[in-house]
Design a protein around this ligand. Structure first.
Ligand SMILES: NC(=O)c1ccc[n+]([C@@H]2O[C@H](COP(=O)([O-])OP(=O)(O)OC[C@H]3O[C@@H](n4cnc5c(N)ncnc54)[C@H](OP(=O)(O)O)[C@@H]3O)[C@@H](O)[C@H]2O)c1
Length: 227
């Protein structure tokens, strides 16, 4: 049976590599998008009729509920939800960080995952599917100037492990990857990738995510994997 994979943030630096990896696997991939131009660009780059997009604001439950329902109705089910969407804000100490930054980090990195996984759970249970989320090494090794971000990614790890425990009864697995700096175009900003040997390449991370979402990883549930 054709595998159906929903990728949030599939238009981004890591997300586009994740989309590519699942397409290469023969799956049908539905990515969320927020700005049409980013999806149009991805679609023309990948040129694959198994790639589809759905417009959604991931921090809005009503929006997400409608998008998941649309995906399930149109594609007949869901085998995996890969929650890549997220983002960073920081550069100031906790004492100097405003509530707006804290709220933005928790909305983008935690609420989006809370809402998306919650809304997709029933469809995933129907197919004994998988959830993979993307946190950050900062969740386990926080440093100076990223308190709100690190706390939000630590909450995402806890959320994913709660999903792993709750999903066990219905056969839904949930695992989380914790990357260090990723060699996305935005991070490289024109610099030579070979000068950043400790940065993980999007394609390498995407291969791990694809594995975690596959039946070959059925022994893994609740794992938090630093990359
Ligand atoms: N880059 C790194 O070095 C690094 C390191 C550790 C962990 N991570 C994590 O890895 C993941 C991917 O990072 P990235 O660098 O690839 O990010 P990115 O290029 O900024 O992509 C983020 C994606 O999320 C989407 N998005 C953001 N807010 C959204 C919302 N409210 N509703 C719908 N879509 C939304 C973006 O859509 P738009 O294009 O419309 O904005 C974009 O597709 C994130 O969770 C990030 O925290 C990244």
């Amino acid at each position: 049976m054709q595998r159906m994979i929903l990728v949030t943030g599939g238009t981004g630096g890591l997300g586009s590599a994740v989309v590519r990896a699942f397409l290469n696997d023969g799956a049908t991939v539905i990515t969320t998008w927020r700005r049409r131009d980013t999806f149009t660009r991805l679609a023309s780059e990948l040129h694959n009729d198994r790639l589809h997009g759905v417009e959604v604001n991931l921090t809005d439950r009503t929006n997400v509920r409608a998008a998941v329902a649309e995906v399930v109705a149109r594609f007949g089910g869901l085998d995996a939800l890969v929650h890549v969407a997220g983002g960073f804000a920081g550069g100031a100490t906790v004492a100097e960080t405003g509530d707006d930054v804290f709220d933005r980090m928790f909305d983008l990195n935690v609420r989006s995952a809370f809402v998306c996984t919650g809304e997709a759970m029933a469809a995933l249970a129907d197919r004994r599917g998988a959830i993979v989320t993307v946190a950050s090494k900062s969740a386990l090794h926080p440093g100076v100037g990223s308190g709100a971000y690190a706390a939000s990614k630590a909450a995402l790890v806890a959320l994913t492990q709660s999903l792993a425990a709750e999903g066990a009864a219905s056969g839904v697995r949930a695992n989380v990857v914790l990357p260090g700096t990723i060699a996305t175009d935005a991070n490289l900003d024109g610099s030579d990738p070979s000068t950043h040997t400790d940065w993980v390449r999007p394609a390498e991370l995407a291969a791990l995510i694809r594995f975690l979402a596959s039946d070959a990883a059925r022994a893994l549930n609740g794992a938090a994997i630093e990359v």
